[in-house]
Design a binder for this molecule. Structure first.
Ligand code: SAM
Ligand code: SF4
Length: 499
């Protein structure tokens, strides 16, 4: 392995990886679109919103309209328990209006832990000599995908450190390897149906290569939008040290033809978490201004213990209650955007977030490289990026959700029917997509139960299907026979039917 695998980048490498003109074109007078002072002023100016104003803002969310900066700031200031309860109730309603009663599930596949960056909170940092690094070969990626399919997964999030050997061509080839995996299960062949990607920012040409390989959502987390904290966490002589390259990457993604993007903040990094909630919403509004398409998802990873990181291993002042409030405000601020709460968090906290409108959860998660095909299933701090809080299997999580009346969905129809970008956002805002979410959840749930679940799990989940089918019959009586026709074909062993 070359020395950049473990010792960070050089000035020459930075100039090769960062295209200055592909930052500048999205900036104004040399400044990016996150104005720290303006966001702080909005938070200060809206520190004491009266009840009537908060209720008006809640009504705007319920009408599935994106909130303005001052409105987001006002919600961040609410600490009256009654108003918080009203916001939580609205979060649940917003989520049901846009995405219905389903939670989409996925699992990350960590493909390489080699990284040229030295993010102070991450186990993959090039400074961390303790990390046992690995990059999967194409054959190993296929084997890993097969192990994931055997575990019941259909939606994969492919995750990569940043390194020249895992550039755009490697990412495209790795996606092809995952898509090529096929496993015979009880009722026929199963495959990975959609791969989302979490990788470093890329140039427009590289993003076109990744786009052409067939990705779902392209995720890049800003970690923190606070320019000063960002600089303190990401050394200036690394690629990731360039705030502008990172914050403009979704603009480049849209210009490369990717119309489905996910934003995120690494909570716990910036003590002023309210700033980061407000700034991520400002990023969403900037994308709406730029292409009239906001983010498909917000992710709310929180910093957890990581190998060799003083920052990640220090006790954070960011509490579970702060986490809950951040999720709640994001839920209301950009109502059409999905919300991902990963297995970094405990089952209890994820359940709390479920009741205010999270839309996606991973399960049966492994974040060590090759972890799904490995015999040893224990977490090892020096072989993964950070430590997980929720280690439930996929089956355990599905049953737990069923007990709460929630259906787990493996739906990938939106991507495959072209319902992405501006087209899906309109459908989400009007509640039209929620109809597809509801029906496709039932179809993919049936498949999963028949292919993977134990008899006890089937028993626990069957009432959810019955309730969902009854609701579909009542809501869409004319369409119901068509739904049942596909449902019965799935019961008879056909696979991958969707609307
Ligand atoms: N290397 C790419 C990057 O940094 O954009 C993409 C993948 S990185 C493996 C995925 C995400 O993990 C990062 O964006 C960061 O938010 C999160 N992360 C890093 N260190 C973490 C930690 N100690 N605890 C929880 N999440 C962490
Ligand atoms: Fe590398 Fe990403 Fe970890 Fe930073 S967060 S060290 S870029 S893998």
């Amino acid at each position: 392995m070359s020395d950049i695998a473990t010792h960070g980048g050089s000035a020459d490498m930075l100039s090769k990886m960062i295209k200055r003109d592909e930052i500048d074109r999205y900036c104004k007078d040399g400044r990016d679109f996150i104005d720290d002072d303006a966001i702080r002023a909005e938070i200060a100016d809206n520190a004491k919103p009266d009840k009537a104003r908060v209720r008006d803002i809640i009504q705007k969310s319920l009408a599935i309209q994106t909130l303005s900066g001052p409105e987001v700031a006002a919600l961040l200031a609410v600490d009256d328990p009654d108003l918080i309860a009203e916001m939580a109730d609205a979060g649940w309603k917003v989520k049901h209006k846009v995405y219905d009663n389903r939670v989409v599930t996925f699992a990350p596949m960590y493909i390489s832990s080699y990284c040229v960056n030295r993010c102070r909170y991450c186990g993959f940092s090039a400074d961390n000599v303790r990390e046992k690094r690995r990059c999967l070969t194409m054959d190993e990626i296929k084997t890993e995908a097969e192990a994931m399919i055997r575990g019941g997964h259909k939606r994969v999030m492919a995750v990569y450190g940043e390194h020249p050997m895992t550039g755009a061509r490697f990412i495209a080839d790795s996606l092809a390897s995952i898509y090529s995996a096929r496993v015979k299960m009880r009722r026929g062949e199963c495959t990975v149906r959609r791969i989302n990607v979490n990788a470093a920012p890329m140039s427009i040409d590289d993003l076109k290569i990744v786009h052409d390989a067939g990705i779902g959502t392209f995720q890049v987390f800003q970690e923190t939008y606070d320019h000063k904290v960002y600089a303190a966490m990401h050394p200036a002589d690394t690629v990731k040290g360039d705030y502008g390259w990172r914050v403009t990457c979704m603009h480049r993604a849209f210009d490369a033809g990717i119309d489905d993007v996910g934003l995120g903040v690494l909570f716990g990094l910036n003590p002023d978490w309210k700033f980061d909630v407000a700034a991520m919403c400002a990023h969403a509004r900037e994308l709406e201004r730029f292409v009239n398409i906001g983010p498909h998802t917000f992710s709310v990873p929180r910093m957890h213990a990581a190998s060799g990181s003083d920052v990640a291993n220090a006790k954070s002042a960011f509490t579970d209650d702060d986490f809950f409030k951040a999720v709640l405000v994001l839920r209301l601020a950009v109502p059409y955007t999905g919300l991902i709460v990963t297995a970094r968090e405990s089952k209890e906290l994820r359940d709390r977030c479920l009741r205010i409108g999270l839309t996606q959860m991973d399960a049966g998660t492994r974040i060590d490289i090759g972890g799904y095909s490995a015999a040893n299933k224990e977490q090892k701090i020096d072989e993964q990026q950070f430590m997980l809080g929720d280690t439930r299997s996929l089956e355990e999580m599905i049953v737990d959700l069923a007990k709460q009346g929630v259906i787990t969905s493996f739906c990938t129809a939106g991507y495959r029917c072209g319902r992405t970008g501006g087209c899906i956002l309109d459908a989400l805002k009007t509640g039209r997509e929620g109809t597809f979410c509801k029906i496709n959840a039932v179809l993919t749930y049936r498949e999963w139960l028949d292919d993977f679940a134990s008899p006890e799990s089937i028993k626990a989940c069957e009432p959810v299907i019955e309730a969902e089918l009854a609701a579909i019959k009542e809501m869409y009586p004319k369409f119901f026979p068509t739904v049942m026709e596909r449902y019965n074909r799935i019961c008879a062993g056909e696979r991958d039917l969707y609307f």
